[in-house]
Design a protein around this ligand. Structure first.
Ligand code: NAD
Length: 499
């Protein structure tokens, strides 16, 4: 098809030159005609390549391609869709090193972590390949025995997927795999900061022989290209992951009634209960507050600690956080933390830090960029812990999306639950407790779509993952993540004879 395959395994100019201004539409690579936009390596500030902003005609061509591919794809036997997704999983896993290199170059997370994310994308392909074969229906007895109701499931149609930059492969993967397993086709608009990972996924789809038009990728700015997808009348479902503000805007600006899933922001609490294993809680907090530089929707933003443990917890957290290593993710593949993805989340982190210090917070650790030439041109910041925080401070009430966490003491479990629920968000929450009654009381009281107890992995592939309140509607992961791409159809049949 005339697209130069990227050279896998090394970072060099050809890697991104091959993707320059490319759109993936109807199984073909097209050179986009819109404005060329630079893509930066956030660890060095270097421009690593360019994308083209898809024009309205190009967005339309992608939607038309997905529409044309929909019926043939939906009519395939589930086993064939399943085989295609298994093939995709194999191709992605085989390309994990090269795809990780692409991701780290444009997003900043350390190479090993990026590789782990690519392997999780492969896992999603295999998980939904299995689910594709288990699309069952139901036979429901009628009120009289000459009637019977069949409830079957049908794919929704063409999906417009809009994704952020923090997990550039997984957040595409959950949508792509759930949609394709259900029998839908998809047009993906990745974040403008991390478009090359999306184009690498499209390239893997070609190698996996996913039929032309089933997966399409258009690049460009959200406010223009993303908005064009949202406003396109021939899209049956929008699957969006991103900020609550943009999610609400999308909900308000959709021109037709249609299905929509919105996976939005978070402001996630961790409660360290009186019976907690303190060392385990510290380990969990250090990981979930700072992994991916805190740029995770389910990052721990705020920690409430039972007062008897408060100072000990802070001392241990300071030690754990100061052991975290930071580096350019390409040079230091095994660093704990890489660069932040852009200046925007870094500036917000600084703003939330200054706000909290102004209002009386105590700096326990971090608070500035790391020293040294290696950090001078990229978007780096040291993991930062603040104590004595209150809900007057932004760090406790808004999503920072950076390496900053606020800590406060509590006296009763009721108080901890009230503080944890005192937010417009409802994505994930965390509890460390060994007393079964504390575990039960907190996990039932917390008004969140996900509660992780004595662990910090709130989202796993085989269980539904979604938010409440301003954190969104709909689910990804698990069987529910595929059902989001399906209609239920009720077929009520009257037979000539009663049974
Ligand atoms: P964002 O909302 O700025 O952008 C997300 C995507 O939407 C990007 O592709 C962007 O180009 C596009 N977009 C922007 N304006 C648009 C418009 N008017 N119409 C259509 N598309 C538009 O978010 P971000 O900064 O890329 O990502 C960070 C946010 O994502 C955080 O708030 C984070 O919590 C959230 N997030 C949520 C989850 C989840 O599962 N709930 C997962 C990851 C990230």
């Amino acid at each position: 098809m005339g697209f130069p395959a990227i050279r896998h395994g090394t970072q060099d100019d050809s890697m991104f030159a091959a993707y320059d201004s490319k759109l993936f539409i109807a199984g073909e690579w097209r050179t986009g005609t819109g404005e060329r936009l630079p893509v930066e390596n956030p660890a060095t500030g270097e421009i690593i390549g360019h994308i083209a902003a898809a024009s309205a005609d190009e967005v339309d061509a992608a939607v038309s391609a997905a529409r044309a591919a929909f019926r043939p794809w939906a009519k395939l036997a589930p086993k064939e869709r399943s085989s295609a997704l298994h093939r995709l999983g194999e191709v992605v896993a085989a390309r994990a090193d090269a795809m990780a290199l692409i991701m780290t170059s444009e997003q900043g997370k350390p190479l090993n972590e990026a590789r782990g994310e690519i392997l999780k994308l492969a896992e999603a392909c295999h998980f939904y390949a299995e689910e594709a074969e288990r699309v069952h229906g139901e036979i429901v007895p009628g009120a009289t025995t000459d009637h019977e109701s069949m409830v079957i499931r049908e794919p929704i149609g063409v999906v417009g997927a809009i994704t952020p930059w923090n997990y550039p492969a997984e957040l595409i993967g959950w949508k792509l795999c759930g949609a394709l397993a259900a029998g839908c086709t998809i047009v993906i608009k990745p974040a403008e900061l991390t478009p090359f990972t999306a184009l690498a996924i499209a390239e893997a789809c070609v190698e996996a022989k996913i039929p032309a038009g089933v997966v399409n990728v258009v690049t460009g700015k959200g406010s223009i290209v993303g908005q064009a997808l949202v406003e396109h009348r021939d899209i049956d479902k929008i699957a969006f992951t991103g900020s609550s503000a943009v999610g609400l805007h999308i909900q308000r600006s959709t021109p037709v009634v249609r299905r929509m899933s919105l996976e939005l922001g978070g402001n996630c609490p961790l409660v360290v209960a009186p019976s907690a294993d303190l060392d385990a809680a510290v380990k969990g907090a250090a990981r979930r507050a700072f992994r991916n530089m805190g740029q995770i929707c389910i990052a721990v933003n705020r920690i409430y600690v039972a007062r008897p443990h408060y100072e000990a917890f802070l001392a241990k957290l300071k030690t754990a956080v100061e052991r975290l290593t930071i580096g350019n993710g390409l040079d230091k593949p095994d660093a704990d933390l890489g660069a932040m993805a852009s200046a925007e989340p870094l500036n917000k982190t600084r703003e939330h830090l200054a706000d909290a210090l102004d209002k009386g917070a105590r700096l326990v650790s971090g608070g500035s960029a790391p020293d040294g030439e290696a950090f001078s041109r990229g978007h780096f910041f040291r993991p930062t812990v603040l104590a004595d925080c209150t809900h007057e401070m932004k760090v406790m009430t808004e999503e920072t999306f950076g390496p900053l966490v606020g800590v406060a003491p509590f006296d009763t479990l009721d108080e901890a639950a009230d503080l944890a629920n005192d937010t417009p968000y409802g994505l994930a929450s965390y509890v460390y407790a060994r007393d079964v009654n504390e575990v039960r009381a907190l996990s039932l009281r917390l008004d969140y779509g996900n509660v992780a107890v004595n662990n910090v992995d709130a989202g796993v592939m085989n269980a539904p993952y979604g938010g409440r309140k301003q954190s969104g509607v709909g689910y990804e992961h698990g069987r529910e993540g595929m059902l989001e791409y399906m209609h239920f159809k009720h077929i009520r049949i009257r037979y000539d004879e009663a049974r």
